[in-house]
Design a protein around this ligand. Structure first.
Ligand SMILES: [Zn+2]
Length: 262
């Protein structure tokens, strides 16, 4: 697998090489084959492309308070700010430019299936004991992609809480599963966009408070009905397939978190 990946990367790199890019190339990171994804150039504000989009998925949890990183493949100020927060969190030089150091840390964090080190597709898939990503309102592929972004946000949440384990008690739910557990009819869980989280080392309020800085636009925790034993986090603002407006919705009254109050 590794050899194939390396070959593919080399071929893609050669094909994508425009004559005028030589100067950029000199400063680009050395080729590094990674089982999941390999970046072949430094990224900074103004760049666009699938490599930016791949980066945005991985720094989505470093969006900053009440903000999100759009997964639009355009490296704007919010992407730069998220990269900077990522770099700060991991002790790298915080310049907001994705280069060799940033990529090395991402390669270290990502598994070969592109999930972050401390979360897996198994943990996030059909919460009622089934497996897979079908049975929701969007395609299985889209659902799985949403779940991947959810996991990278969870990795950031975990890191923000001192790198202590977080447990996911419910991730993606098919419609049947969601009905079975009495979930909301248009729940973000149906889209792979949500996780219910518990922790043995952080209080639920600590989890909920931190989640505000980790790109989660939906947060429900202690004091909100039926949320005293877990914190629900989701990415409703990024979801254009649901029936909700793309706005932030937080409620954990016992933690001092209320709609509009933070
Ligand atoms: Zn939930």
């Amino acid at each position: 697998m590794r050899v194939n990946t390396l070959k593919r990367a080399a071929v893609a790199f050669a094909l994508a090489l425009p004559g005028a890019a030589i100067a950029t190339l000199v400063a680009a990171p050395a080729a590094h084959a990674d089982g999941c994804y390999t970046w072949n150039r430094n990224l900074t504000q103004g760049r666009s492309g699938d490599d930016v989009r791949q980066l945005q998925i991985r720094v989505a949890g470093w969006a900053g308070n009440r903000d999100i990183v759009e997964n639009d493949g355009r490296y704007g100020p919010k992407t730069a700010a998220a990269v900077k927060r990522f770099q700060q969190a991991y002790g790298l030089r915080a310049d907001g430019i994705a280069g060799p150091q940033t990529y090395a840390k991402l390669y270290q964090l990502q598994d070969n299936d592109c999930t972050p080190a401390h979360f897996s597709y198994n943990e996030l898939d059909n919460g009622c004991g089934g497996s897979g990503w079908s049975g929701g309102p969007v395609s299985a592929a889209q659902t799985k992609q949403n779940a991947l972004r959810t996991m990278w946000k969870l990795e950031a949440l975990r890191k923000s809480l001192g790198d202590k384990p977080l447990n996911v008690s419910s991730g993606f739910r098919s419609r049947a599963c969601n009905n079975q557990v009495g979930g909301a009819s248009d729940s973000q869980h149906l889209y792979g966009n949500a996780a219910d989280v518990t922790s043995r080392t952080s209080s639920l309020c600590q989890v909920a408070r931190s989640a505000r800085n980790n790109g989660f636009s939906g947060i429900y925790g202690p004091g909100y009905p039926d949320h005293d034993d877990h914190v629900h986090v989701d990415s409703r603002r990024e979801n254009n397939s649901d029936r909700s407006s793309n706005t932030t919705s937080w409620s954990a009254p016992d933690c001092g978190i209320g709609a509009g109050s933070d």
